[in-house]
Write a protein that binds this ligand. Structure first.
Ligand SMILES: Cc1cc2nc3c(=O)[nH]c(=O)nc-3n(C[C@H](O)[C@H](O)[C@H](O)COP(=O)(O)OP(=O)(O)OC[C@H]3O[C@@H](n4cnc5c(N)ncnc54)[C@H](O)[C@@H]3O)c2cc1C
Length: 414
């Protein structure tokens, strides 16, 4: 299996995060209603929702919970999917595009609401996002994107060049400002949700790799884990991407590296000179770049995605990728020359051709439910996936399941 990230992210260096929860390894056979493979943000959310709904839940992570892609995440909790509304409308029609956007927006809101109501301390901060274009014709395209969103009832406000500069310090053509987004520490959010899941009765196991899954004649599945057998009615695959056990599905995903750097705490004087307000910033170019402040006034910069490199080139690719992200922002923010890089890391993520995750069953894998392939939107989409899977598990089938199903390109274009 590929390593999900290289170099330790900022979150794992925080004191509270170093003192992280430890869960035991599997040491006996078990029975459950639902086994969840993967203890990242998706597995954690699925565990909490299913356990709260009364299912007997077991979570299995091959390594340590929350330390895969989730620990690498920059945790911009965005309502806006990475795929523009115009692009999704072209693919699946405006009605389906509108529904995806509505679901994504509701998921971001509900995710934030859940973190708050469970009192999960993860440095959650409400933030607007600013989605900007540097020049023309990208600015005109972005303005057109906003027009289409508005026609579909999706909120957003246009910032002209002067307003963009005031809000962010960036010289560009214009931007869409969207309210109601948030940011957090992804590791604390994940471990907090897992703790909440245990309060609902979920059992969590680390260093417990699921090596095989067999469908039983009786209608359930048996998971082989550390030489023990876990029998359950349903297994949820929340590993982020199609692991080698699901090799036939691998062609549906493109694996990309993405890069992050953070500064040390930035003094107020330099913050003012930089001019980036309390917003989350991302650009309309592809691959995109993004920036946000952390709760302790570090500047967190990311982006510059690139296709997968061989493992032995990964360290050099990290140096190049981090330097590329830094250069991009140094051109926008000359005041960065006064600041150093404190942390640099990278992570792998799985992207799909239309930018939407695959959520739900697959005909070749009975009793399996999948939640994979989020692109850069795993925080929001992971929450949405958990909700859709719980509905499915309880026998509810809606058009929303068709939007994220493995056969959506056929179903939605009928
Ligand atoms: C650098 C970076 C920045 C990002 N920034 C953002 C952002 O700002 N906003 C956003 O919404 N998303 C962002 N993302 C995406 C988001 O972080 C991911 O989509 C999300 O964390 C995926 O969570 P997950 O739980 O599905 O997977 P993971 O967190 O990767 O968890 C999967 C778990 O499965 C376990 N596993 C794998 N195989 C097995 C097995 N056989 N048996 C048992 N366990 C197994 C692994 O050990 C791992 O812990 C970013 C991603 C990266 C890499």
């Amino acid at each position: 299996m590929p390593r999900l990230r290289t170099a330790d992210p900022l979150w794992l260096a925080h004191r509270a995060n170093r003192e992280s929860p430890h869960y035991p390894g599997i040491a006996s056979d078990l029975r459950a209603d639902v086994a969840i493979v993967g203890g990242g943000i998706t597995g954690a959310t699925v565990a909490w929702m299913f356990a709260r709904a009364g299912a007997r839940v077991v979570v299995l992570d091959a390594a340590r919970v929350g330390r895969g892609s989730t620990a690498a995440s920059t945790a911009l909790l965005m309502q806006e999917p990475d795929t523009d509304f115009a692009e999704l409308s072209r693919r699946y029609g405006p009605k389906n595009a509108r529904r995806v956007w509505r679901l994504s927006s509701a998921a971001a809101r509900d995710f934030v609401g859940t973190l708050e109501s469970l009192d999960i301390r993860c440095h959650l901060q409400h933030r607007d996002s600013v989605y900007y274009a540097l020049g023309e014709p990208a600015g005109r395209r972005l303005h057109d994107e906003l027009r289409r969103r508005r026609r579909a009832g999706i909120p957003g406000r246009w910032l002209d060049a002067a307003a963009l500069r005031r809000a962010t310090g960036i010289d560009g053509a214009g931007a869409i400002r969207t309210g109601g987004n948030a940011q957090a520490d992804p590791y604390l959010a994940c471990t907090g949700l897992l703790r909440a899941a245990t309060h609902e009765g979920a059992r969590i196991f680390e260093r417990s790799s699921v090596d095989r899954i067999d469908t039983d004649a009786g209608g359930g599945v048996t998971l082989a884990v550390n030489g023990f057998a876990i029998r359950c009615a349903t297994v949820v695959i929340a590993t982020g991407y199609a692991t080698p056990s699901f090799e036939p599905l691998a062609g549906r995903f493109r694996m990309l590296h993405t890069y992050v750097v953070t500064t040390p705490r930035v003094p107020a004087r330099i913050r003012r000179e930089l001019g980036l307000g309390d917003v989350m910033l991302w650009d309309a170019a592809r691959p995109y770049h993004y920036a946000r402040w952390t709760n302790d006034n570090r500047l967190l910069l990311g982006g510059g995605d690139r296709p997968r490199v061989p493992e032995r080139q990964r360290a050099k690719a990290l140096r190049d990728g981090a330097a590329g992200v830094w250069r991009y922002f140094e051109r926008r923010y000359p005041a960065l020359k006064h600041i150093d890089i404190d942390f640099a890391w990278e992570g792998l993520f799985a992207a799909t051709p239309d930018g939407l995750p695959y959520v739900g069953p697959h005909p070749d894998y009975p009793k399996h439910l999948f939640a994979l392939g989020y692109g850069g939107n795993g925080m929001t989409f992971g929450f949405l996936a958990a909700r859709l899977l719980l509905e499915w598990y309880r026998g509810k089938r809606t058009d929303d399941h068709r939007l994220f199903g493995f056969d959506r390109t056929v179903v939605l274009n009928r």
